[in-house]
Design a protein. Sequence first.
Length: 104
Amino acid sequence: MDLATLLEETELIAGAGDADDALDLVKRLIRSEQVAWACEIRRSVTKGQLDAERLIAAGEKIRREAIAHREQARRDLMAATRALLRGGEDNIITRGARELARFI
């Protein structure tokens, strides 16, 4: 499940859903191997009751972590591209790295 869909579903469940809806979302996340996200969502259900505020907070936490992960991946790619360009001769790999660097 992609991030935008997850956030939309958490908002819908928090607004008009119940604990069963949240647990169904948890099961779908586990099936798609997104266990960390599933754990965050699961924490919003206690003794069969949905805590809507906690569900919204879980969605926001997931969003912040995903953005931080994306930014770190971009920085890592940029550093690897720079290192490749510094040490490489003119070949197909360095030409590709130069093209990639324009988009990072």
